[in-house]
Design a protein around this ligand. Structure first.
Ligand SMILES: Nc1ncnc2c1ncn2[C@@H]1O[C@H](COP(=O)(O)OP(=O)(O)O)[C@@H](O)[C@H]1O
Ligand SMILES: [Mg+2]
Length: 319
């Protein structure tokens, strides 16, 4: 029988996608077995070795070329993310734990790296993934859900496996936006339980992942959240529509750069209370644009009008 070390090396070679290393270990096992009189088994192993690396669809083709992953290198700062003090502290803790992960590992502890973000559209879920990648100097890989999920359960699982192979081989921040889409394909509705099975297989991949990458899953869909789901993540962040304080900070952050003398009235804050962070930022951008084009100062009246426009055009919550 192969020794524990040989098995460990085999697994490591597989994780590293190192075919050469894999072959070497198998040959070592074959030699060991031959020496102990198991010639037939040794011959069998050697036959397998000849086929390693020549099979079609080998895992090595992944990574940078993987069309299911969209890579970017964001430069967004944590200071530009307007969230509650509690969320800010949790994000800071994720960053600190990643930076000190080796120190933690020495004590058998692992850093928080599987994160679920739930909340309304336009409250900064995608932005948070960018901020975390940027602050840690890691590439951001956005998983292209439409390329992962197909009508076929088997195919979807195989594609998910490829994505998780990349997560293990290339350290980065991997972002699964609206990950519940994995199980929500309409064409699967008629097959009882199929959608849930796909979602479960995704959750299992998350649970089994022991890479250094940070995995962030985001959803707008509160309905899918249950205890079983929370358990798979190291941290769950609940995002909500901006508070009055956050609205004030958003105005200041966006308009302050352009006109530092501007004082945002309470009535404006009140008026903005049904808008998401993303919508408030758009109102600010619109105000700045108008101001540039008309060579005029930003006024309260103008902000009120732009906000009315946005509230009536986009309904209450859409980003
Ligand atoms: N909490 C926030 N703080 C600062 N900017 C935000 C925030 N939420 C949204 N934004 C701005 O709005 C844009 C769209 O938000 P996004 O992160 O895509 O929202 P979500 O993913 O929750 O739907 C972001 O790129 C960012 O410029
Ligand atoms: Mg988003």
């Amino acid at each position: 029988m192969a020794t524990a070390d040989q098995i460990k090396n085999l697994i490591k070679a597989h994780i590293d996608h190192d075919d050469e290393k894999f072959k070497t270990v198998v040959l070592q096992i074959a030699a060991y077995e031959a020496k102990h009189g198991h010639e037939t088994f040794a011959r069998e192993l050697k036959k397998y070795v000849e086929r390693i690396g020549t099979s079609k669809g080998s895992i090595v083709q992944l990574n940078q070329q993987n069309p299911m992953l969209y890579m970017s290198v964001p430069s967004d700062r944590l200071s530009d993310l307007i969230v509650s003090q509690e969320i800010l502290e949790r994000i800071t803790r994720i960053l600190d734990e990643f930076r000190n992960r080796h120190k933690l590992q020495k004590y058998g502890l692992s850093n928080r790296r599987k994160i679920l973000i739930e909340g309304n559209p336009g409250t900064g879920k995608t932005f948070t993934a960018s901020v975390i990648a940027s602050e840690l100097g890691l590439p951001l890989y956005s998983v292209q859900m439409d390329k992962v999920v197909t009508k076929f359960m088997g195919e979807t699982s195989a594609k998910l496996r490829q994505v998780f192979d990349s997560i293990a081989s290339t350290t980065g921040v991997y972002f699964f936006d609206e990950f519940d889409a994995i199980g929500a394909d309409r064409s699967l509705d008629n097959e009882v339980g199929e959608a849930r099975r796909i979602l479960n297989s995704f959750l299992q991949f998350i649970e089994q992942d022991t890479s250094e990458s940070i995995i962030i899953a985001a959803t707008n869909n509160q309905k899918i959240l249950d205890q079983a789901l929370f358990r798979r993540f190291d941290d769950v962040l609940h995002y909500s529509m901006p508070t009055q304080d956050e609205i004030r900070r958003l105005f200041k952050l966006k308009l302050g750069v352009y006109d530092s003398s501007l004082n945002v009235a309470d009535s404006l804050i009140e008026q903005a209370s049904t808008l998401s962070h993303a919508e408030i930022i758009r109102v600010c951008d619109d105000a700045i644009k108008t101001s540039i084009l008309q060579s005029s100062k930003i006024t309260e009246k103008q902000l009120t009008r732009l906000m009315d426009e946005r509230i009536s055009a986009y309904g209450v919550k859409e980003a």
